[in-house]
Each structure stands twice: as C-alpha cells, then as structure tokens.
Design a protein around this ligand. Structure first.
Ligand SMILES: Nc1ncnc2c1ncn2[C@@H]1O[C@H](COP(=O)(O)OP(=O)(O)O)[C@@H](O)[C@H]1O
Ligand SMILES: [Mg+2]
Length: 465
C-alpha cells in the first residue's frame, strides 16, 4: 500500500475554528486510482493538502509507503514532496519564462542526486509521452491550455513519484481536452504504476477510477454511501476572497496621475530640493517597501502565511542603478536581496517590463535582459544584480517633473522558499518608479525649469505608489 491516511481531521483557525475535514480515511494501493468528488467547500483540497504533506492535520496520520510523513522534520518533508509525490493543480503553475523542457526538468535539477543530463533526458522522454515532442522548446505562453496541462503532468512525474495528487486538474479545460488529459493521466498511471488520487467535479470521469469517494461536509465516504449519512449540515464561512491583483496598465496610470499631479505640484519645492538626496539614497538602493501581490497555487494556505513573510519582507528588490548608453538607451540594474541569507529563497526567472507614462496611461518600452537569465532559477542567498537594456525613445510623454519621463518597471517573480517549484510558489509583482532624464534634452534646459542642487540627475528614485 502506498498511501494510508487514517483519522484525518483539519480544523482551521482558533476557537471555535472551522472544521474543513472532520473525518477521512484514505487508503490507496500501489498503482491504484481513486477519485474524490464533492461540493465546493466540502474539504477536498484540504484533504489532498494533508495527504500531500502541504498542510498539517489537526488529528490523524498519513503514511507514504509506511513512512509517517507528518513526523518528519521540515527539510525531509520537503524531500518527500519533491521526490515521492507529484502534484497537479487546477491553476497553471508553469514558469512563464522557462521553456517546456526546462519547466519539466526543474524539479529534478533542483534535487541533488540527478545530473542535468539525466534530468533533461527524462524530461524529454516525458514530454514525448504526453504528446509534446515537437513543443519542447515552446514557452508556456505559446501553448494551449491542454498543452500546458500536459507539461504540468510531465513535470509532476519527473522524479518518478509513487503517488500523484490532482486537485481538479482538468476543471478549467473544455470538455474534450478534459477527457484527453484524464485519459492521458490514466494511461501514464498504468505504464508507470504510480498511485493516483484525483479530485474532480466531473462525475463521469470520476467513475472510471478503481474506487470513488465523496466528500460530504468534511466527511470522506465511499461514493455509494446513502445520502442520509450526514445528518445535520455544518455551517462554514466562505473561503476568503483572493486579494485583488495590483492594478496595472491604464487604470493604474490614471490613478498615479491624479495622485502625483496633486501632491507633486503642492510640494514641488521640497521634492526638487530633496531630489539629489533621493538620488543618493536610491543609489544605495537598500531602500523601499516592495509591493506585492500573492495568490496561492496550492492548498497549503496555512504554510502560505509563513511564506508570505519570507517572500515579502525577507526578499527585497528595487532599482540599484541606471546608466546612460546614449540614443535613448539605458542600462538598468535591478537588485534582489535575501535579507536572511541563512535561508535561501528561490526566484523563478524574474520577468521585468518597462513602461513610460503617456497621458494617463503607461506605454511599454523595450526592456531586454543583458545576461540570459530567462532560463534560470535563481537561488538568492545574498544580493544579486540583474542588468537590462531599456530603450526609451519616446518623443511625447507625461512630464510630472518637467522634462523627465515617469517610468515604471514591473517585476513579476515567482518566489519559493524551497527549491521545489511544484508547490508553495508565490507570485509577487514589484513596481519600481523613477523619473528618468531623456537623452534629447540638455541639462541647461532642465535647469531653467527645475532647480536641482547640482546638475540634473539622470534618474530620480520614487517610492512605490
Ligand atoms: N486556511 C483556511 N482557513 C480557514 N478556513 C479554510 C482554510 N482553507 C479552507 N478552509 C475552509 O475549509 C472548508 C473546506 O475547504 P476546501 O478544502 O478548500 O474545500 P473544497 O476543496 O472541497 O472546495 C471551506 O469551508 C473553507 O472555507
Ligand atoms: Mg478545492
């Protein structure tokens, strides 16, 4: 037997708390396929999270091939998650800047016992098995939803797990694709002989499992149990709404414009006098509060609270420097810094875009990495610098500060405390704002309109707004 979960219970929050799972026993044999259906909010994701080593049960135990996983120290539990369990979630969790093959190879590359050659060989084999031999070098953004899901499946299998857990892995796909992916999972299971527990909304597909369960208000039952089994309904609050993503694009521009427009001119004198000082501070660069956005990619919400800490306060980033290259080109250096160096943070290839404010909106201007960091997972232990070429050759732009462009750099990162990108990823979007001196205006012209203590600086750091 591969999985033996007994007497699982999960209570969220303090007194009285919410019983997400009241009672669940789940035993899955090697190579067996079980499905779990149930209404939304009935506790299915929580059950999978406990079984998959993501959320600690309040009561009960989980054994994987005889090993009690919830007794393990965190580092070993992380190894179990990476090496012995494969996860396929509903949300696409591929890293956008990595090619399909890199995404698949990643969990193996991050472990210590597999050589890159072997990792890539297996990744290639798996991509062929999921029908993507000709799409290995495609980026996720170039693939259909079904193709992306195939990549996720290949990635989940890269470390040859004993158990594959799927939390509604197909529910966002159209019916035909859902059927295809389901069949693919089932075939792979037969060939590779891993056990599989899938949560699904689709009863027809669920019935193809060796055994089918239903989660009813926190109680896991064989799906043919009489409906009257659960007598009194238990009231539970709705899950918290996901945080609104940080505004981008025209809306954000409009708001910035209003807010800045008012405050800027009201306090213009003070700001200009402080500009040189800000410039110095900005060069020192260890400054500024990152704005972030988070969303969860898995069911381990409790762990995410601790992670949030790590991904937000421990990881700092901002503009380190900007230098002029001429002809409207600039070299922009962004830093990432892990303030607790003893605990590495993994950042999946940051994707950074540059925008210049035009009217009340933002116009994108080309920003190209100088080194090829796009294929890398960055292990951040100290301070790391990333250099880009920014091409801002606009003739018309909004001058909140006379003659200067108002520039926003948006850095979209996936952050993880583990080298395992398959679970516990945070998306974090940082916006850095600067005023940037255009190439085609000379200092004397600027000096007529803005009184700087010295020559007009090339760039002026702005706090996030
Ligand atoms: N971190 C959490 N804190 C508090 N309540 C939670 C948390 N996660 C889930 N719940 C609650 O537990 C119940 C079961 O949730 P979940 O396992 O996500 O169900 P399902 O996957 O079946 O939709 C829901 O009422 C949900 O609101
Ligand atoms: Mg769920």
């Amino acid at each position: 037997m591969i999985l033996s979960a007994k007497g699982l219970r999960k209570r969220y929050g303090g007194d009285p708390g919410v019983d997400a799972v009241i009672s669940a026993d789940l035993i899955v044999g090697a190579g067996e396929f079980v499905s779990i259906v149930g209404r939304s909010g009935s506790g299915k994701s929580t059950l999978l999270a406990m079984v998959g080593g993501l959320t600690a049960p309040t009561e009960g135990r989980v054994q994987l091939a005889g090993d009690e996983i919830w007794g393990l120290p965190e580092a070993q539990l992380a190894d179990v998650r990476r090496e012995r369990i494969g996860f396929v979630f509903q949300f696409p969790s591929l890293l956008p800047n990595l090619r399909a093959i890199d995404n698949v190879a990643l969990p193996a590359l991050l472990g210590e016992d597999v050589t890159p050659e072997r990792a890539y060989a297996r990744a290639q084999g798996l991509l062929a098995r999921v029908g993507l031999s000709d799409r290995m070098t495609a980026f996720p953004g170039q693939m259909s939803g079904g193709e992306q899901r195939r990549v996720v499946i290949a990635r989940a299998l890269i470390n040859e797990p004993q158990l594959l857990l799927g939390d509604e892995p197909t529910s966002d796909l159209d019916e035909e694709t859902e059927e295809e992916i389901f069949a693919l999972l089932d075939n792979l299971r037969r060939e590779e002989n891993f056990a599989m527990a899938l949560v699904t909304h689709n009863h027809a597909l669920a019935q193809r499992a060796d055994r089918m369960f239903e989660m009813r208000q926190g109680i896991l039952l064989p799906s043919d149990a009489p409906r009257a089994f659960v007598a009194a309904p238990i009231r539970r609050p709705e899950p918290p709404a996901p945080k609104t993503p940080a505004p981008v694009g025209a809306d954000a521009g409009a708001r910035d414009f209003e807010k800045l427009g008012k405050t800027l001119w009201a306090t213009a004198g003070r700001i200009f006098a402080a500009a040189a000082l800000m410039f110095v501070v900005a060069s020192a660069a260890n400054y500024g509060v990152a704005r972030y956005q988070q969303y969860e990619l898995d069911a381990g919400r409790q762990r995410l609270a601790a992670l949030e800490e790590l991904a937000t306060s421990t990881l700092q980033s901002d503009i380190a420097s900007i230098t002029r290259l001429g002809e409207g080109r600039y070299e922009v250096t962004i830093y990432l810094e892990n303030t607790k160096a003893e605990q590495p943070i993994y950042v999946m290839s940051p994707s950074v875009q540059g925008f210049v404010q035009v009217g009340v909106g933002w116009q994108e201007a080309p920003l190209t990495p100088i080194e090829d960091t796009t294929a890398a997972v960055l292990k951040v232990t100290g301070r790391q610098l990333y250099r880009f070429i920014f091409e801002a050759r606009l003739t018309k732009f909004t001058e909140l500060l006379p003659h200067y462009m108002h520039v926003r750099f948006s850095n979209n990162m996936l952050v993880s405390p583990e080298s395992t990108p398959t679970n516990e990823l945070f998306q974090r979007v940082d916006n850095y704002y600067v005023y940037l001196k255009p190439d085609n205006v000379d200092d004397a012209t600027i000096a007529k309109d803005v009184r700087f203590p010295g020559p007009p600086p090339l760039w002026i750091w702005m706090p996030p707004h």
